[in-house]
Design a protein around this ligand. Structure first.
Ligand code: GTP
Length: 668
């Protein structure tokens, strides 16, 4: 557990090395707003006008000391993407129009849900006090499930804008993201956003920032990203407080692949940060991971769309296309170097650690190959998903996928449907349990002492196991004090152990609890939000494993096991969870022509039961006589609807029933 005392005066060590005393006392201070000259001398106009660039820009004009690489980090909805919009406008990267809303959130799922799920890079060209700067901005997601995107993005940066909502103040992901930046030794610029809100209290938030992060309140910049108020001070602070990258242009090429996307025509587009040397079209480069050699077809910057350039130089962030076609060729964290000069690879990243696993199967096995190719392409765009082939008697051939959380799983599923037109069956998400084997013979058979169980169907029998282990996480909750009692009671029902309690101001409390991961993965966040009227926030980090008494529970419909709902539960929760799943299924299963028995079972012992009465739905019931085409249409729609059904025995279950049942499962 971290303590503030242990962090010491970190800001003096980490925040200040670049800033000179003259450069930064007491921001915001009067600033000569960078002027756009009549001749349109914004660097971006000359370099990369979004309309018709005739010549590829020469990036050598930006010396290393003219470059700033930074990320925007914050709690969900505190205004990262809106601030990014204003920065893009202010630097002339995009035209100022009313329609600039979350310009960098390009995915359909991001626009529909109003959240960022994928970090996005944009190179901004900015003329400040008569000097041209290249500012590489990375907008990151806020939700805990996507914090891997944040930590990867930070590897390409020297500083961050830590955005905090002036009304909500510091929230759980503010704390988590701050410490990611702190541990990466980046300069942190606190930005208090939404000062235009009626209930904004920037002074209170300043004090919280000082108390929790030990950052002097003078360092905070108070803005309204929505209205554009004071956003120019943010750019000034980026230039003055964030150091340029420490790189060497004369050394041989060393480029870090920190993200990648897949384009079906051009193959892999790798986002790279150049630590040494330079790279241009025609260069031969080698992947340190695969040792394969490629010829570079295109290099460029993201402005924010791809803008080819002549070369990329050390210190710059851009993209590179080199004919990588296979998903395994563009590993995130890989180092690319010149084939003439092998170099020591960069440290790369710790691989993402999946928190939940779920089975994924095509609804129809004839769709297997399509789904396989869709999963391969999407995992290239989202490398934090782990994929293992799997099969089940009932569901056929499929995969076991590992996700960083339930929202991540839903977003991945939605992207598969929207971007690749596929439809899948998902099974109950489960956390990665472990079983310590009980005998030398078994250890020899499994070739390991401990086995990790990512599929409840493979849960080993108690006779083989010395002890079961469950993953635990250290959760941070920030809440108005009035909800503390209720939240503590909720945590207790989730088998959590309190580790820390601290007032971050007069009426806000930060709680730290050690939670079994399976107690929070499905619905903890929803429960927390509803009992705190939406005011409490939650974030967690991995904290290893602990011993647990676990059992496997089956759910049956008329005697047939529903593979989607097989689950591993803690012994003390089995009855309650079984009963709840049966009740939820009863409420959400459509009635059919016959009675359905819903049962929860541990081995052969039935622990809960519900019944759905018989019923017949006649879609033509309201079509009295008349129009045959209308009847045909209704019948056609009914047939199409059936594609979304899954047959268990002779029972037809809508696909979304499973998700509904799981999402509303009170884990008491
Ligand atoms: N009143 C007001 N609203 C703002 C301001 N900045 C952002 N918002 C609103 O806050 C909401 C969230 O803004 P986003 O920019 O999407 O927040 P985000 O941090 O990028 O969100 P995630 O990517 O989901 O974490 C949107 O409705 C914005 O219009 C501001 O300065 N004032």
């Amino acid at each position: 557990m971290w303590t503030l005392a242990g962090r010491g005066c970190w800001h003096r060590r980490v925040l200040l090395p670049w800033a000179t005393a003259a450069a930064r006392p007491g921001l915001p201070r009067p600033l000569p707003i960078p002027s756009r000259t009549p001749a349109g001398s914004w660097a971006s106009d000359r370099l990369c006008s979004s309309v018709g660039l005739k010549e590829k820009p020469d990036m050598s004009r930006f010396a290393v000391e003219d470059i700033r690489n930074f990320s925007i980090i914050a709690h969900v909805d505190h205004g990262k993407s809106t601030l990014a919009d204003r920065l893009l406008e202010l630097t002339g990267t995009i035209d100022k129009t009313k329609n600039n809303k979350q310009v960098l959130d390009k995915l359909q799922v991001e626009r529909e849900r109003g959240i960022t799920v994928k970090a996005q890079t944009a190179s901004l060209f900015y003329n400040f006090e008569g000097k041209e700067y290249l500012l590489n901005l990375i907008d990151t997601p806020g939700h805990v499930d996507f914090s891997y995107e944040v930590s990867r993005s930070l590897s390409a940066c020297q500083g961050v804008l830590l955005v905090v909502d002036a009304n909500e103040g510091i929230q759980a992901q503010t704390v988590a993201n701050f410490f990611l930046a702190f541990e990466a030794q980046l300069s942190v610029i606190p930005v208090i956003n939404k000062i235009d809100l009626k209930n904004a209290d920037p002074e209170r938030v300043e004090k919280q920032i000082e108390k929790v992060f030990d950052i002097p309140s003078d360092d905070c910049i108070k803005i309204s990203a929505k209205l554009g108020t004071n956003v120019e001070y943010v750019l000034q602070a980026v230039i003055e407080r964030i150091p340029p990258p420490k790189v060497h242009r004369r050394n041989p090429l060393r480029a870090l692949v920190f993200d990648s996307t897949f384009d079906q025509y051009r193959g892999v587009i790798a986002n790279v940060a150049l630590f040494d040397g330079m790279v241009s079209r025609g260069d031969k480069i080698v992947s340190a991971h695969t040792q394969k050699t490629y010829e570079v077809n295109e290099v460029g910057v993201l402005n924010p769309s791809e803008q080819p350039t002549l070369k990329l130089y050390a210190g710059q962030v851009g993209y590179l296309i080199a004919g990588m076609k296979d998903v395994t060729e563009a590993q995130i964290g890989d180092t690319l170097y010149s084939h003439k000069h092998p170099v020591e690879p960069l440290p790369g990243f710790k691989s993402a650690k999946p928190m939940v696993f779920a089975g994924m199967y095509p609804i129809d096995q004839s769709e297997y190959n399509n789904l396989k190719s869709a999963i391969e392409k999407l995992t290239l765009n989202d490398s934090s998903v782990s994929v293992h082939r799997d099969s089940s008697l009932a569901l056929g051939a499929g995969w076991r996928l590992g996700f960083l959380g339930l929202l991540h799983m839903e977003v991945f599923n939605q992207r598969l449907e929207q971007e690749y037109n596929t439809s899948v069956i998902l099974t109950t998400p489960t956390v990665p349990y472990k079983a310590v084997l009980s005998s030398a013979k078994l250890i020899k058979e499994y070739r390991e002492k401990e086995i990790t169980i990512i599929n409840p169907a493979q849960f080993p029998d108690k006779s083989k196991v010395a002890e079961y282990l469950e993953p635990v996480v250290l959760g941070t909750i920030i809440t108005p004090d009035e909800y503390t009692g209720k939240i503590m009671a909720l945590c207790q029902t989730r088998r959590a152990v309190q580790k820390h309690l601290m007032f971050i101001d007069q009426n806000r409390v930060m709680l730290k609890y050690l939670f079994p991961l399976n107690e929070i993965v499905v619905d903890f966040y929803d429960s927390l939000k509803s009992l705190s009227s939406g005011y409490a926030s939650f974030d967690y980090e991995d904290a290893g494993y602990q011993t647990a008494e676990l059992i496997k529970m089956d759910i049956l419909l008329n005697g047939n096991i529903v593979e989607e709902l097989v689950t591993v539960v803690h012994k003390d929760k089995a009855y309650a969870v079984g009963k709840t799943i049966c009740e939820r299924l009863k409420d959400s299963l459509p009635r059919q022509l016959f009675e359905i028995a819903i049962q929860a079972a541990i081995g052969s012992k039935i622990i809960a039961r519900e019944t759905v009465k018989a019923y017949r739905k006649n879609v033509l019931a309201k079509c009295y006589g008349g129009d045959i085409t209308r009847k045909m249409k209704l019948l056609k729609r009914q047939t199409e609807g059936k594609k979304k059904l899954r047959k268990i025995g002779n029972i037809e279950v809508p696909k979304d029933t499973f998700i509904k049942v799981l999402k509303t499962q009170p884990n008491k």
